[in-house]
Design a binder for this molecule. Structure first.
Ligand SMILES: NC(=O)c1ccc[n+]([C@@H]2O[C@H](COP(=O)([O-])OP(=O)(O)OC[C@H]3O[C@@H](n4cnc5c(N)ncnc54)[C@H](OP(=O)(O)O)[C@@H]3O)[C@@H](O)[C@H]2O)c1
Length: 265
């Protein structure tokens, strides 16, 4: 039986992925900060709920050691994360540190803790949920963009570093997922940036798109099972449309496009 280890499995994509892999005959370690939140998952066969906050290195090491002792895992899915929006100058140092600590360092810590185990058995796959924001600049989201771009860079770097040990790394980069994410996003607002923010949101037309957690979980499942050497999966019609546009325009061209966007044209 194949086994997957998932972070942030209490809601949204992480929970949907836990249920999808279980339904397909996998053993699932569904980890979350507060295990009381998901008593329902605890009752499902082959799902083990464990407490894990990705900002706690000691807890990560303990949980990793426990699941390895229990029989190990085939796939590690780094999913935990939350949104931080708003102009950089509006955000406090604590907000920035917490965002990077969770969305970037959390992925680095959890991945690193499983590397020796995968390296010794010469088999394993890491998947990280990044975002369209890891591929292109989502307007007025600079710190979140930085965290997710950092994960993309980390996984691309590991693809080379771990290849000799038959360890794969993949990123899944969704656009909008209809989940609790939008309720939990921290937002820094400043009137001075409203024209920039509104222009950017109109250019990206996020309100007209969006995937369900289940749809993105299906792409994570594909990434886990297709056997391909494929670093990145751009997930959802919105992400595919914007990423293709950005590739066509290039880096500076895309900034110019956002700068000049006029909804009336
Ligand atoms: N929703 C979107 O539009 C969207 C778009 C692109 C990418 N993403 C990415 O997709 C992933 C899943 O998000 P989602 O849409 O499913 O949102 P969600 O429903 O809010 O789920 C986020 C999960 O991350 C967990 N989490 C947050 N901080 C954590 C920490 N320090 N340690 C462990 N778990 C932590 C949350 O746990 P608690 O229940 O304890 O808060 C929750 O389980 C995230 O990485 C997000 O950045 C989301």
């Amino acid at each position: 039986m194949k086994t997957i280890f998932i972070t942030g499995a209490s809601t949204g994509l992480g929970k949907a992925a836990a249920l999808l892999f279980q339904a397909n005959g996998w053993k699932v370690y569904a980890t979350m900060r507060n295990t009381e939140k998901r008593k329902d998952l605890k009752t499902i066969e082959n799902i083990t709920v464990l407490e894990l906050d990705v900002t706690k290195p000691e807890q990560i090491n303990e949980v990793t050691a426990k699941v390895i002792a229990d029989g190990g895992v085939d796939v590690v899915l780094n999913n935990a994360g939350y949104g931080l929006a708003g102009p950089a100058e509006s955000l406090t140092d604590d907000q920035i540190v917490e965002q990077l600590n969770t969305n970037l360092l959390g992925v680095i810590r959890v991945t690193k803790s499983f590397i020796p185990y995968f390296r010794e058995k010469k088999d394993g796959l890491f998947i990280a949920v990044t975002s369209l924001a890891g591929l292109i600049p989502v307007p007025v989201n600079s710190i979140y963009n930085t965290a997710k771009t950092g994960v993309e860079a980390f996984y691309e770097s590991l693809a080379f570093e771990l290849g000799d040990f038959n360890i794969g790394t993949k990123t899944v980069s969704p656009g909008i997922i209809k989940s609790a994410f939008s309720d939990n996003v921290q937002i820094g607002l400043m009137d001075e940036y409203m024209p920039t923010f509104q222009r950017g949101m109109q250019a990206m037309a996020f309100d007209t798109f969006g995937s369900t957690s289940e749809e993105i979980a299906a792409i994570v499942y594909e990434a886990a099972t297709d056997g391909k050497k494929q670093l990145n999966y751009v997930a959802g019609a919105d992400a595919q449309k914007h990423y293709e546009h950005r590739l066509n325009l290039g880096r500076q061209g895309y900034i110019n496009y956002l700068d000049d966007f006029d909804p009336k044209k």
